[in-house]
Ligand binder design. Structure first.
Ligand code: PEP
Length: 265
């Protein structure tokens, strides 16, 4: 059974104090939480510090990026093996900010996916369309092309124990989150697209939504959709109370989890 997953992507924000205090408080506030996995993705330079502060087994560490090489003369890069070595579990790849500012192509992102799988890390593959592509009705075409880059090089098995984050580019950091019913349609399309290759893998893959989810109400609307398994939270993940309220939305949308609500202070 796939589980719920919330990842907080801090992007290029934070410092030593923020990292320490945030993780410490998060672990206290969410002690014994078991109904979902939570991961924090601070900048690479703070990953190790964050790891040392984590005292709750359901809170994991995510990196925001990885290099395609494992070692060697690649100045400034961080390898999958290094991330694994310090206890990272998830790695975000293909984020639209990297595709835009660093000109990362589908093929290059596929190489990152491969190196993560080989190192035993969980790729969080970000896919999604621009505003223009959305208006031109090209959402499914864009998403399937982004997925195809991995299917063609690594096959469907690569998607076992992987995460896809559907993030329409026009909703990232704009305060304009997508309509949950439309997002559900895209998530369902993604799952069915993978189902053509392998039903079990498609049923088990976690598909997150990301894009301006910044309060409990919005998060609840997304969690009510059957194919939305989690949220990749950007800006709101730096605000402790807001981030916790987004996590709380999972329990409020699932009757079976309500009994666990009392463990979130
Ligand atoms: C993101 O950067 O992945 C993201 C979802 O950002 P925000 O929540 O700020 O839109």
């Amino acid at each position: 059974m796939r589980h719920r997953l919330i990842i907080g992507n801090w992007k290029l924000n934070g410092n030593k104090n923020i990292t320490k205090n945030f993780i410490k408080s998060l672990c206290t506030e969410l002690s014994n939480i078991s109904f979902c996995d939570i991961a924090i993705a601070p900048p690479a330079v703070y990953l190790y510090l964050a790891k040392q502060e984590i005292s709750n087994i359901n809170i994991s560490l995510s990196a925001q990026n990885v290099d395609i090489n494992l070692c060697g003369a690649f100045t400034g890069e961080t390898s999958a093996d290094m991330l694994k070595d310090i206890g990272v579990k998830y790695v975000i790849i293909g984020h639209s900010e990297r595709r835009t500012y660093h000109k990362e192509t589908n093929d290059f992102v596929a190489k990152k996916f491969q190196v993560l799988k080989q190192s035993g890390l969980i790729p969080v593959l970000c896919i999604g369309e621009t505003q223009e592509e959305n208006e031109a009705g090209k959402t499914e075409e864009v998403c399937s092309n982004q997925i195809d880059a991995i299917l063609k090089t690594q096959g469907i098995l690569a998607f076992q124990k992987s995460v896809i984050a559907y993030e329409p580019i026009w909703s990232i950091g704009t305060g304009k989150s997508a309509n949950p019913i439309q997002v559900q349609k895209v998530h369902n399309f993604i799952r069915n697209y993978l189902k053509k290759q392998d039903t079990t893998i498609a049923e088990q893959i976690i598909i997150q939504y990301g894009g301006s989810v910044n309060d409990e109400k919005k998060a609840t609307e997304f969690f009510m959709q059957p194919d939305i398994d989690g949220i990749l939270v950007g800006g709101a993940s730096l605000k402790l109370n807001v981030f916790i309220s987004i996590i709380r939305a999972i329990a409020t949308t699932n009757k079976n989890l309500k009994s666990e609500l009392n463990i979130i202070k």
